[in-house]
Ligand binder design. Structure first.
Ligand code: NAD
Length: 428
């Protein structure tokens, strides 16, 4: 079912995930841009399309369950298809999906890739579903989305609890129902069916690049920093790996949903990676203290990298942390309240739209390779990723100096200027 734009729209402040998705923040930043007018705010605070689908599937026990799925296409004024992940989680709802779609619009504009912002998801508990149930659900969701996705219209990717297998099912279902075998309909696919080299590590690598650039700007040697990482999944584990092997930084704390490990002299990352691969957990890893996530976030460190979930850096952490730099590897980990405190305390916060677009950048590379049917090497991908992230970092840092504002405000400003210019050029 496709829903007319605006029908579900609420005041974005009620549902926002982060400063960048609140109407107040967008308004405040946009009003400082020459030539901005209120009609622009009206456009960017509304999604182009919000889709809700009710998906019945037969479970393995023979019963039928109905799942609610979403796809929000926020703004594609800059041209190109919409782009954004699909998450499977019991808390997925329209407000969350909308907030994440808005973040995707800013991310794509900031790193200058030709995509509009979108996001999707299904409210479900994926761990309670068998593999065959997950496949049926994914195929039915794809079918329900119908013509609302496509290589030149809206290109989904993996997100929380979805992976390359889910993308392979989406591609296959789309190919069958549309008689169109374009691999470019989804990204984050397995390498064997059009996936890109370097996609898995891309978000973590982007986080490391931007952290390294900011530290250098502040006159700090990246190799001498003590780092705490919340989350040891796709993003957190690659941040740890690349920080260790390529930057030489000391990782002193790492957590998962189970709890945290901490050693002020540095964790042995190669051994930790093997330990997790063998035991499926970081609990009881030798030569470190075990503590709660909350305790770990308050430990002494130079750089704090939340790479797990939204809202984990709250007012208490903001007041007590002695980190010099906080890097939003996750989407919206710093609450709006905490952000104000950190600004006041002159602690640098690298906003998610600058820190974590590595994944969508390599998704863009995958899409380009699929359309051209010409595949790049790992070195090509990493080199091009580095360039786009460093350029976005420089634009943001320069804007923060020029306009005497936080990196968050500067990043949104840079993104908004591109989006607003495009809206004006195209007309509406
Ligand atoms: P993941 O599922 O692979 O890993 C999540 C990690 O967080 C796991 O280690 C998990 O144990 C941990 N975690 C979950 N709940 C926690 C809690 N309450 N306290 C501490 N740790 C907890 O997810 P991911 O792909 O690494 O994504 C992490 C974050 O980064 C999410 O916010 C996601 O939206 C964001 N992000 C991911 C990508 C990507 O390409 N994977 C891109 C951009 C943004």
């Amino acid at each position: 079912m496709s829903v007319a734009p605006g029908i579900f729209q609420k005041n974005l402040d009620e549902t926002s995930l982060s400063s960048e998705t609140t109407a107040n923040f967008m308004d405040a930043v946009a009003k400082k841009i020459p030539g901005f007018d209120d009609s622009m705010l009206n456009i960017i605070t509304h999604s182009k399309r919000e889709i809700i689908v009710e998906i019945p599937i037969r479970l393995d026990n023979g019963k039928v369950s109905v799942f609610r799925g979403y796809r929000v296409q926020h703004n594609n004024s800059r041209g190109g298809p919409f782009k954004g992940g699909i998450r499977y989680h019991h808390e997925v709802n329209l407000a969350e999906v909308r907030g994440l779609a808005i973040l995707m619009t800013w991310k794509a504009a900031l790193v200058r890739i030709p995509f509009g912002g979108a996001k999707g998801g299904i409210a479900c508990e994926p761990k309670k579903l068998s593999l065959t149930e997950l496949e049926r659900l994914t195929r039915a969701y794809t079918e329900h989305l119908g013509d609302n996705i496509g290589p030149y219209y809206d290109v989904p990717a993996p997100d929380v609890n979805t992976n390359s297998q889910v993308m392979a099912w989406m591609f296959d279902e789309y190919a069958k129902s549309h008689n169109n075998c374009s691999l470019a309909v989804v990204t984050g696919k397995p390498i064997e069916i059009g996936g890109s080299q370097g996609r898995e590590e891309a978000t973590g690598r982007g986080v490391v690049i931007v952290t390294r650039e900011l530290l250098k700007e502040l006159g700090l040697n990246p190799a001498e920093q003590r780092i705490i990482i919340q989350g040891f999944g796709n993003v957190g584990s690659y941040v740890a790996r690349i920080m260790h092997y390529e930057v030489g930084a000391k990782i002193i704390g790492i957590s998962t949903v189970e709890g945290a490990i901490y050693n002020e002299n540095g964790l042995n990352i190669p051994e930790l990676l093997s330990y997790q691969a063998k035991h499926g957990t970081i609990k009881d890893f030798p030569n470190c203290d075990w503590m709660s996530n909350e305790e770990m976030l308050l430990q002494d460190c130079d750089v704090l990298i939340p790479a797990a979930l939204a809202g984990s850096v709250d007012a208490e952490v903001a007041q007590k942390t002695n980190a010099k730099v906080i890097v939003e590897a996750a989407n919206a980990p710093v609450t709006i309240e905490a952000d104000a405190i950190l600004n006041e305390r002159k602690i640098y916060v690298v906003p998610g739209i600058l820190a974590n677009p590595g994944g969508v950048i390599v998704s863009y590379f995958e899409w380009v390779q699929n359309l051209q049917q010409l595949y790049w090497t790992y070195e090509d991908v990493v080199g091009r990723l580095e360039k786009l992230i460093v350029d976005a970092y420089k634009r943001t840092y320069t804007a923060s100096i020029e306009h005497n504002c936080s990196l968050r405000e500067a990043a949104l400003r840079v993104a908004l200027i591109d989006v607003i210019k495009s809206i004006k050029l195209r007309g509406f």
